[in-house]
Design a protein around this ligand. Structure first.
Ligand SMILES: [Zn+2]
Length: 307
């Protein structure tokens, strides 16, 4: 018995290490839900109704409504859509590029997780300026917009594309989703996924990657319902100066520059320890970016659906 429980304990420990060390590639759920909530609250009723009708064709729509406590099914689907591209990373119905292809289920045209859609790897520092890495966030945002507008796109595919668009507008505003810092050998740090830091401001766990630190800045991943609404309305004013959607290229250029000034500048040593000044500026930058992403997403969807 003793040996068995020790072995279960070891298995759990291994699972825990795996979970902690699995690289994340997105704002956490709070960041995406906050941007979605901010977008929703600035859109017209007719746009919200149109979005609700479009998202109802998503193959996972029924699952989303089961999970949500909201009485407004259009809003509930919109919030769930914002995290769906991350949710499928843990969903066995879907597969990674290096895994066996999983069966195509009703409503889907394919079951790939598309992890490389969540980021683009613009090189930081004095590198050639040529794009490295596998990320296609830049191109994917443009092609999703085209496909959503295309009348030939079927309803289920348009709903899937819409979920991706809602999510990726958020990712494009996470500074560490658009860069990678390359060393002299040409090896990239995957937007801070390979850079470990000491974060003395975390109450329990100070050792983490720079990427994970930034993903968690918008708020705790369990943020939902009343707490989500309160946090979204507190953030809303940070995005109010934004009056037009701007281009995908502009979003990425801004994030790229913030990656340098707010995320990488000021980090010293092999495992840098974050200073109070760094933490304060990073938190404000992340909150602003979530608010701006929400504002732009709202304007973009309003434009897209009023045509
Ligand atoms: Zn993502």
């Amino acid at each position: 018995m003793k040996r068995k429980s020790r072995s279960i304990g070891r298995q759990l420990w291994v699972a825990a290490i795996f979970f902690i060390s699995t690289p994340t590639l997105a704002w956490n759920a709070a960041g995406h839900r906050l941007s979605a909530a901010i977008a929703w609250h600035q859109m017209s009723d007719s746009t919200r109704t149109a979005l609700g009708a479009m998202l109802a064709h998503h193959p996972d729509h029924a699952l989303w409504l089961k999970r949500s406590r909201s009485e407004d099914s259009a809003y509930a689907a919109f919030l769930e859509a914002s995290t769906w591209p991350d949710d499928i990373k843990r969903d066995k119905r879907f597969h990674d590029t290096d895994e066996a292809v999983t069966p195509v289920l009703p409503g889907f045209s394919e079951m790939a997780r598309h992890r490389h859609w969540h980021h683009v790897d613009y090189p930081l520092g004095t590198h050639s300026g040529k794009q490295h890495g596998k990320g296609v966030l830049d191109r994917q945002l443009v092609s999703l917009l085209q496909r959503i507008k295309d009348p030939a796109t079927n309803s289920a595919q348009r709903a899937i594309d819409l979920a991706w668009l809602i999510h990726l507008v958020g990712d494009a505003h996470q500074p560490l989703h658009v860069v990678s810092r390359y060393d002299e050998t040409g090896r990239g740090d995957g937007g801070g996924n390979a850079l470990w830091i000491e974060n003395p401001f975390h109450p329990r766990r100070s050792s983490m990657t720079l990427h994970a630190y930034w993903d968690d800045l918008p708020g705790p991943p369990w943020l939902r319902d009343e707490r989500l609404e309160a946090a979204a309305s507190a953030l809303m004013k940070l995005g109010e100066r934004i009056q037009s959607t701007g281009s995908v290229a502009l979003w990425l250029t801004e994030s790229r520059s913030l990656a340098k000034t707010a995320a990488y500048d000021g980090l010293e040593g092999e495992v840098p320890t974050l200073s109070a000044g760094y933490h304060e500026q990073a938190t404000l930058t992340a909150r602003k970016q979530v608010a701006i992403a929400g504002r732009r997403l709202g304007l973009l969807l309003e434009q897209l659906l009023s045509r």
